[in-house]
Design a protein around this ligand. Structure first.
Ligand SMILES: C[S@@+](CC[C@H](N)C(=O)[O-])C[C@H]1O[C@@H](n2cnc3c(N)ncnc32)[C@H](O)[C@@H]1O
Length: 195
C-alpha cells in the first residue's frame, strides 16, 4: 500500500495531501486514467503567486487539482470539466466537503462541447485531460486573458512529432513558454502576450 502513494508535500495543507492520496487509491480501484497530478504543490504555489481570478480546468478527475488551485484564494472562480460521470460525482463530493462549492463549478461533458458554451475568459487554463491536442490548445489560447497562463500537462503522452508541434505552438505568438514549469518540466507553463 505504501508503494501506491507519493510522498507528502510539505508545502501543501494536510487536506490537499489527503485528497491526493485518496485520488491515487481511487485510480487504482477504478482502473481508470485519472492519475492524480504529481505536482499539486507546484500548481498550488503557482496560483498563490499568480492569484488568478478565473480558472478553467480540463480534467477534474477526483477534484484534487481544482481544490489545490482554489485553496486560500476566496475570490477565485473555477470552471472544471470532466466527461466521466463517476469522476464528476466524486469531485463534487470532495469540493463540497472542503466548502468550495461556491467557487468551483464542475461541468459534466466533453471538453470541446463544454468550452463552446463557456462565454468567458480566464486568467489561467489548466489542461490535464490525457493527451493534449493542438486543436484544443488553440481553442484554449483564445479563452485566455492577456498575461494569462496556459498550463499544459501530459505532453509526453503525445507522439514525438506531436510533442514537437505542441512545444512550438506553446512558444509561438501570442504564447511564450515560461521558465516556470511543473512536474520537473513535464508540465509546461506558457504566458499569453497579446501586444
Ligand atoms: C489525469 S485525469 C485528471 C486528474 C486531475 N486533474 C487531478 O489530478 O486531480 C484526466 C481526466 O480527464 C477526463 N477526460 C479525458 N478526456 C476528456 C475529454 N475529452 N472530455 C472530458 N473529460 C475528459 C477523464 O475522465 C479524467 O477524469
Amino acid at each position: 500500500m505504501k508503494q501506491l502513494i507519493e510522498p507528502f508535500s510539505e508545502i501543501l495543507p494536510k487536506a490537499l495531501n489527503d485528497l491526493h492520496v485518496e485520488a491515487q487509491f481511487h485510480q487504482k480501484a477504478h482502473g481508470c486514467g485519472a492519475y492524480s497530478f504529481t505536482d499539486g504543490a507546484g500548481l498550488f504555489a503557482l496560483c498563490q503567486v499568480a492569484k488568478p481570478k478565473r480558472i478553467l480546468e480540463l480534467g477534474c478527475g477526483y477534484g484534487y487539482t481544482c481544490v489545490s488551485m482554489a485553496w486560500g484564494l476566496p475570490d477565485v472562480h473555477i470552471d472544471t470539466i470532466d466527461a466521466d460521470i463517476e469522476h464528476v460525482k466524486l469531485a463534487c463530493e470532495n469540493i463540497e466537503k472542503l466548502e468550495m462549492a461556491k467557487q468551483i463549478k464542475v461541468h459534466c461533458g466533453y471538453f470541446d462541447d463544454v468550452i463552446e458554451k463557456l462565454n468567458k475568459n480566464y486568467d489561467l487554463v489548466f489542461f490535464d485531460g490525457y493527451e493534449p491536442s493542438l486543436a484544443l490548445l488553440k481553442k484554449l489560447t483564445k479563452k485566455l486573458n492577456d498575461n494569462g497562463l496556459l498550463v499544459c500537462a501530459n505532453v509526453a503522452l503525445a507522439s514525438r512529432e506531436n510533442q514537437k508541434n505542441i512545444r512550438e505552438m506553446l512558444d509561438r505568438k501570442p504564447l511564450s513558454i515560461s521558465e516556470v514549469s511543473l512536474e520537473k518540466g513535464a508540465t509546461l507553463v506558457s504566458i499569453k502576450h497579446i501586444s
